[in-house]
Design a protein around this ligand. Sequence first.
Ligand code: PLP
Length: 393
Amino acid sequence: MLSNRQLFLLNTAQTSTTPRLIEIERAEGLYLYGPNGKKYMDLVSGFAVSNIGHRHPKVLEAIKAQTEKYLHITVYGEFIQAPQVLLATELVSFLPKNLNNVYFVNSGTEATEGAMKIAKKFTGRTNFIAAKKAYHGSTQGALSLMGDEKFKIPFAPLLPNIHYVDYNDVNQLSTVDQNTAAIVLESVQGEAGIRVPDIKYMQAVRKRCDETGTLLILDEIQTGLGRTGKLFAFEHYGIVPDILLTAKALGGGMPLGAFIASQEIMAVVKENPILGHITTFGGHPVSCAAALASLRVITTDGLMDTVEEKHQLFLQHLQHPEIKEVRGIGLMMAIELDSFERVERASKYCATNGVMIDWFLHHETALRLAPPLTITNEEIIAACNIIKAGINN
Ligand code: PLP
């Protein structure tokens, strides 16, 4: 009989020639467990998903309760499904007034796609501005927003009329003009290796959008749901987007995404043509029930208030001669080393020694740190000691 590892290589599609091939049997809180009982601290949170840890009891309870009622019943947007309604209502209660209408989808890239469509139709414009080294998803519209040709050339033709600017460069904002439907930015660039923009930059972006009638789409797929110490990272900048993208941690471990805008902007999808943007599974009731439970955990008991203190603790315990810099905000950090070889060696050592850590799509010389927000101070110190040993190695 073939092992799971052999079957994985044989029957499931691979996304690279070097998958990590670590088998996980179960997960709980901060920890992942292999088949032989091997325990790993998950410092990546399944790529910024498990913000309240794996299998949070409140999330499991909500999932079980919803499975007693119904799973999928019909396509999104037709029937009144309480889990969607309750989640949308609670989510918008935490958002500025203009972000009051939620369109649920299944994933981050779908949120990007939906937002691009409503931006075009609402403004009647076709051009987009995006940032170099951005990542907004892998479907064709979202991929078109990526500034890196290497990822796009094999899949050409993609969408036309997209211009790329350097992230955080105020001088390039003059490219946003009366023909621009939207500028799409991550509130903190994730896959670029965690790049936190200047507050002044984000405010200049908002101002330029207001001057030109351009919509500001902020991608908070990675930064959202408390990861930076605020529910959404735009709150750090004193600005409000026209369209907000969320996914990843939104579902509390279940697949869920959303694009959120004003009722006025969102109205463009319901007529001319009707059903201009539809989804079968978007806003799955079980995902929405899990998301509501997760949102409540994130927004109560001061969990987000602990994020900055934990960030500081990581900084304090990540002092090492080979660490060039620890960048980031909240629990979204990059440990800058000097080479990919060192990153790879350190992350292999960490995995062998029970710490799961990773790197970035557009930046290979840094380690990625995005632990659950629920990580304790003792666990942070223990993890940092293993990471330093990995860098020594
Ligand atoms: N946007 C950002 C900033 C992301 O980090 C990601 C995924 O890593 C996406 C969009 C795409 O999300 P998904 O993988 O759910 O399609």
